[in-house]
Design a protein around this ligand. Sequence first.
Ligand code: SAH
Length: 374
Amino acid sequence: MPPETPTKAPAPPVSLIDLDRSKLADLVTHCGEKPYRAKQLYRHLYVNLADDVDQMTDLSRAFREKLSDMSRIGSLHVKKVMKGDRGLTRKALFRMDDGSPVETVLMVYADRATVCVSSQSGCPMACVFCATGKLGHLHDLTAGQIVEQVLWAARTLKTIAADHAEKGEKLPDRLTNIVFMGMGEPFNNYRNWWEAVERLHDPEGFNMGARNFTVSTVGLVPGIRKLADEKLQVNLAISLHTPDDEQRTEMMPVNRSFPIADLIAAVKDYIAKTNRRVSFEYVLLQGKNDNPDQAERLARLLKPDGVPLLCHVNLIPWNPVPGTPLGRSERARVLAFQNVLQQAGIPCTVRVERGVDIGAACGQLAGDGEKAET
Ligand code: SAH
C-alpha cells in the first residue's frame, strides 16, 4: 500500500480583528476598493461593533461577499455564555480553532461596566492556588483575540442595557473598564497584549481611555520596567500574595526568578517614573498567609523608606478551585488583616467578588476544567 500522504487542513481565513489599520487598508485595496473604504470597515468593527459583514450595509454587496469569502471577523468561537448575579455577570467560554479554551467575564454595575480579559489560553505561571495555572500554557493570544473578547463584552453589554431599559432600569451601555485579569500572564505575551491595548485605545476606533485599563501581573520585572516607559499610562496591579520569599516561591514559582526585593525595587522605580498608584493583590488563604504578623511584615515591605509607597492593597478571599487543598480565609481574619494594614497607613480594601456561582471569579477560569476539544 502506498504510504498515506498527510493532508494538511486548509489555513483558516484571516480574522479582520487581527489586522491593524495598515493591514486592513492593504486588504481593502487588494479587493480593488477605494482606500477610504478601509476607514469605514474599521469603524464598523470598532465603533459599530459589527459581528457580521452583512451589517456593513454602506459597503457594496460585491465587496461584502469578497470579505466573507476571504476573511472572518474574529477567530474565537463562543461555546457557552453563563449568567450570574441576576444576569449582571456573564462569563463567555470561547474556543480557539484547535479547541483551546479562552474565558472572558463581563461585570455590570449601576455606574460602571468592567470586562475581565484573558491574555493567554491557560497560563505558564503555575501559581498553586489558581485554576488557570492547572491547565498549563496552551497558547499566547494574538492581539486580535485579546481585542475580540472586549468587543464581545461591548456587544453583550448593549443588549443587557437595552433589556433593563425596557424595565425602566438604567445601566451603562458602554464599557468603562478593561482589566487584564483573566486567563494568562499579560507580561508573558507583552507584545500582543500591548498591541491590543493600543488598538482599543485608538480614539478613531474603540476609544477606551488609557486610565481605564488595568493590567495585573505575577510580577515579571522586565514587564513592569517596560510598562513604565510606555506612552499610554495604564493602571498596574501586582499579585504579591505574601511578604515572605520562601512562602511566595511555594505559592508562585515565578518568585524564584523575581524575588520580592527585586519586585519591590521595580515597583518603586515604576512609581518614581510614572507617579501612578500601584495596586497589590493579596489572595487570602486561611492559616497560610492571613496571619496578623504577616500583615505587619507586608506593611513594612510597602514602606521601604518608612513612608508608604504610592499604593493600595486589594485583599481577595481565595475562591475555591476544585481539587486544591486550600481554604478561604474567614471574614474575621480578612477584616483583622485589613485593619493591621490600615493602622499602618496602607490603603486597603477587600475585593467584592462577582461570578463565584458560575466559576467566573478571580482565579477560577479554567475553561470548565477541560483541555482542548475540537
Ligand atoms: N497572571 C496575572 C493575571 C491574573 S489576574 C496575575 O497573576 O496577576 C487574577 C488575579 O486573581 C491574580 O491576582 C491571581 O493571583 C488571583 N487569583 C488566582 N487564583 C485565585 C483564586 N483561586 N482566588 C482568588 N484570587 C485568585
